[in-house]
Design a protein around this ligand. Sequence first.
Ligand code: AMP
Ligand code: MG
Length: 500
Amino acid sequence: MLHYPDLPTANLTWLHVSENGFACLGEAFATPSDPTPLPAAHWVGCNDALRIQLGLPQDLWQQQETIELFTGNRLTADNPTYASVYSGHQFGQWAGQLGDGRALNLGAIQTPAGLQELQLKGAGPTPYSRRGDGRAVLRSSIREFLASEAMHGLGIPTTRALCVTGSPAHVRREEVETAAVVTRVAPSFVRFGHFEHFSSNGQIDELRALADHVVTAHFPLLQDKQGTERYVALLHEVTKRTADLMAHWQAVGFCHGVMNTDNMSVLGLSLDYGPFQYLDGFDANHICNHSDHQGRYSYSRQPQIAYWNLFCLGQALMPLIDEQAPALAALESYKQTFPAAMDQGMRNKLGLSGAHEGDRALVEDLLQVMQQDRVDYTLFWRRLSVAVRESAHSTHAFAPVRDLFMHRERFDTWCARYLERLGANNRQATGDDMLRTNPKYILRNHLGELAIRQAKAGNFAMVQDLLQVLHAPFDEHPTYEAWAGLAPEWASSIEISCSS
Ligand code: AMP
Ligand code: MG
């Protein structure tokens, strides 16, 4: 067992933990738990853009004590760390109590971006670690760091990642790896599973306190509603946010991989990046998690799974709502909000204005042709955007898009329909809009893998460079042109499991 290094008194004046964070709910929610130090901690990745957004000091990355704080090697005397308890459904089965098994919360701080909770992932065991070691390996920490920030760059709601620190300490997974800690940032880390926990234990006062906290701290527009009406409105709001999130994921080709209810954010944020993947070649049935043998969390099932998860949340809220009908109505709003958000998202990708009856069929037919040829999802949209812009003054503009297909006649048939729908006006401006909708850069598995290989050898430059590019994925980055290309052959052999 390591002991805390004897460092000079902390000068962490920026860490003013707010009274209004999750911890104010008390010990039924936040269990005091200390981090376990790691030796020889060092920076792996620093997110300076987020530091600025949070209004943190300019010399943050230069301070040794920041490394120690964000590794869990030092506590700030007045800010004890805590783990929260939650339960959940995993792969469709009730799993009972889970909780922050390897996440420790530093508390909420006031920032120019509002109240933000800070959380260390991988800082050692907690009372909820069960048989786990409370650690995270360097590989999965880099993936989470980059994925959160890639999502943010794409404009998709997500928890953020401020930094990653590493340590030579060994962590046993399929093989021996080294430890790392990610500092995650979000207005709240409250999960569907938090509600399921108190509800299933019959702790109705706690359930109500949690719901009231979420409403007061995060959904102030619902604050005036009282009693049943407030909790129905809460369910409605979470349903809407989840529907929006699913539309974003589907449109950008993101597979989460482990959509258990304990990984679902009540704020509608992308949360807990494990075996995730952004699609390379389009395959609606793609399963990114090699432990998901049934394909429960395949790409095309995600919106349906989210709906199932919302029912678990609805069920958990029932003791506060009493009547079934309003809860069901709130949940059923998903059947309108998700398709509407999805249709709009795909129209944006296609550069179509207004809503026409045949739009959904146009999208579905396109996806079928793409599926048949496993056309690279990101490259297709980017090339289509360029083609639309170029078509303002070129008759061959669509050739680079066509080249992505093996069944070119099928693409030609689709493209003719598309061009008819698109119309001839404003191709330049439409193409420009599409280039701001369809990213050039996404966090392909092989890019993460290359950054991880270099980091394992002690070189963190690619982590930092990828972060910069992924923060601006719609822009051109000529130095990193290669990162916008097709995944290499070896990428298909990367296996991503839950082990992290
Ligand atoms: P996940 O599938 O990563 O969302 O994790 C499911 C549950 O297992 C959560 O309660 C996690 O905190 C816990 N968990 C995952 N990995 C570990 C670990 N290495 N040590 C302790 N708990 C863990
Ligand atoms: Mg999780």
